[in-house]
Design a protein around this ligand. Structure first.
Ligand code: PMP
Length: 427
């Protein structure tokens, strides 16, 4: 069934470490061979063995209109014909910046980069440059990319591999990173008591890298107060949730207004993009306006900008889409919960817009410790059975799922049938 993928994996292993260019793709935590993907169309991906899968990963979030979406492809092809990269200003960067800035009262200016990692790394540097302080607070289980100072008790692949602080990151580089517990304000207070040098608190306001764990409103309100009291900046890392949970990302779900926001993925429609934004007074510290250096040969790449502009304009023209996708996500996890209950399988579920999550866990999941108490062995078996049945969920318990526009109710019902079959087999 996965013979060609098996062969491809063996060949990849010869020339690429672990056979993959990003660790989670290797399926290490669920076992089995990762299907090698040939192409995607709408809600489906197709591997080189000819198997098809209903895809709940969608390139880890960006493809809100699904794979090989015609309008996005047209935008990309039209732009590509004019040239792939100039390393000089283009109109399209300003157009996309305007579209985004217009949506947020707290973002006057935005700078584009090429990945989420870069967006967060640059935002942190700017926060440090702006405040003149060195320390940062991050939360256990939140993932903010793989830059050195943020690779401390990180979620996503780093969580899956039980390898939170990576070799190769000098202790000196992470000594300015203070760790707090998600949804636990006391733990943040302790950080502020321990250091009078905190530049910023960075949080995934809708965590997607320990599974889906939204921050509670009281907690976010408390964070805002603490940051104000101590003169630290509050950064929402919306690389995953931005334009995914809603048109305004997590900001539609909370009254709390962050000082800075990072974006990625979705604003590139599947092309490599990241961005960070804040009010003008903060952004003025960025080079060449100010002294905080940040740069990139491919930053604001015109082809990526074209994909992003097309996607963001369509989303802004049809914000109702988020309600439609949320209803489908609720249909999926609600149905899953009923099936799980019938089989005596403990399951926790949650939804934020087109993002969903599920944990094989008896208790509600509020932080990374709770998430880690999920039944990871059961998850692995479940994942394997779903792959065999043509449903592609993220290959780790510590990841979120995504509904794209072409993934309709019929496909959700089909998925629920496969879930029923899988649980029958493994319980
Ligand atoms: N921040 C968050 C919240 C993310 O989810 C991710 C990636 N999933 C990143 C940062 C890093 O983004 P990238 O993989 O594009 O570097």
């Amino acid at each position: 069934m996965l013979e060609k993928s098996m062969q491809a994996y063996k060949e990849a292993l010869q020339v690429i470490p672990g056979g993959v260019d990003s660790p989670v793709r290797a399926f290490k935590s669920v076992g089995g061979v990762p299907p090698f993907i040939d192409r995607g169309e709408g809600a489906f991906i197709y591997d080189i063995d000819g198997n098809s899968y209903i895809d709940y990963v969608q390139s880890w979030g960006p493809l809100i209109f699904g794979h090989a979406d015609k309008e996005t492809l047209d935008a990309v092809c039209n732009q590509a014909q004019k040239g792939l990269s100039f390393g000089a200003p283009t109109l399209i960067e300003t157009e996309l910046a305007k579209e985004i800035v217009e949506l947020f009262d707290n973002i006057d200016k935005i700078r584009f980069v090429s990945s989420g990692t870069e967006a967060v790394m640059s935002a942190i540097r700017l926060a440090r440059g702006y405040t003149g302080r060195d320390d940062i607070v991050k939360f256990e289980g939140c993932y903010h990319g793989h830059s050195d100072s943020l690779l401390v008790s990180a979620g996503s692949g780093a969580a899956t591999f039980g390898n939170p602080s990576s070799p190769g990151v000098p202790a000196d580089f992470t000594k300015h990173t203070l760790l707090a517990r998600y949804n636990d304000l006391e733990s943040v207070k302790k950080c502020f008591e321990a250091s009078d040098n905190i530049a910023c608190v960075i949080i995934e306001p809708i965590a997607g890298n320990m599974g889906l764990v939204p921050a509670e409103e009281d907690f976010l309100v408390g964070l805002r107060k603490l940051c104000d009291e101590y003169g630290a900046l509050l950064i929402f890392d919306e690389v995953m949730s931005g334009f995914r949970a809603s048109l305004k990302g997590a900001q539609a779900f909370t009254s709390v207004v962050p000082d800075m926001v990072t974006f990625g993925k979705v604003i590139g429609g599947g092309m490599p993009v990241g961005a960070f934004g804040a009010r003008a007074e903060i952004m003025a510290h960025l080079s060449p306006e100010g002294p905080v250096y940040q740069a990139g040969t491919l930053s604001g790449n015109p082809v990526a900008m074209a994909a992003g502009l097309s996607v963001i304009r369509r989303l802004k023209a049809n914000p109702e889409l988020y309600n439609v996708l949320e209803a489908r996500a609720k249909g999926l996890v609600g149905g899953f919960q009923k099936i799980a209950q019938a089989h005596g399988v403990p399951l926790q579920v949650d939804v934020r817009g087109s993002m969903f999550g599920f944990f094989f866990n008896e208790n509600p999941v509020k932080n990374f410790d709770d998430a880690k108490r999920s039944d990871l062995e059961f998850f692995a078996k479940f994942h394997q059975e779903m792959i065999k049945r043509g449903v592609y969920f993220a290959c780790s318990q510590f990841e979120a799922g995504f509904i794209c526009e072409p993934l309709d109710e019929k496909l959700i019902d089909m998925t629920l049938e496969k879930i029923e079959e899988a649980l029958k087999k493994i319980v």
